[in-house]
Design a protein around this ligand. Structure first.
Ligand SMILES: [Zn+2]
Length: 149
């Protein structure tokens, strides 16, 4: 029979192969294999929560969930630091992920455009109030802005 290679240390498993999920490992490496598998699972849940947040960036619940899973993922990568090829995921990376998820969607969100129109109308009214543009210029520009809605 063929010997299997440990998925953690890469060594041949001569006696008592253990399985964590479908990954074989030697008994010595079992705790590490379980930790690595756990990290992968938490990472996957976190990425899924992040994708959901991206789809509805204004949802406080989804943000909370992504943050919570991100912290769990960060805690596990810290615990596993230096083992296997685990990259530390920290609070900064988490904050960046959350910001990116919300920013990308905000740019594509039509309500962002509405805010922009509101801002331009207000600015236009200011110019008129300060007598920097005439009443006629004001209504022309106002029509232009509103036609973008
Ligand atoms: Zn091993």
């Amino acid at each position: 029979m063929a010997f299997e290679a440990c998925s953690v240390c890469g060594g041949m498993i001569l006696f008592g192969a253990q399985f964590v999920g479908s990954e074989p490992c030697c008994p010595r490496c079992r705790p590490k294999a379980e930790l690595l598998r756990d990290i992968k699972q938490v990472e996957a849940s976190y990425k899924a929560a992040l994708a959901q947040l991206k789809a509805s960036p204004t949802s406080a619940d989804l943000r909370e969930r992504a943050l919570d899973l991100g912290r769990k993922y960060a805690a596990r990568t810290r615990a596993a630091a230096g083992q296997g090829n685990i990259t530390i995921f920290d609070e900064v990376a988490l904050a960046n992920d959350l910001q990116a998820a919300c920013a990308a969607a905000a740019a594509a969100n039509p309500s962002g455009n509405e805010n922009d129109i509101e801002r331009r109308l207000r600015r236009l009214a200011e110019l008129r109030d300060k007598k920097l543009i005439s009443e006629q210029e004001f209504s022309e520009r106002r029509q232009q802005i509103l036609s973008e809605l």
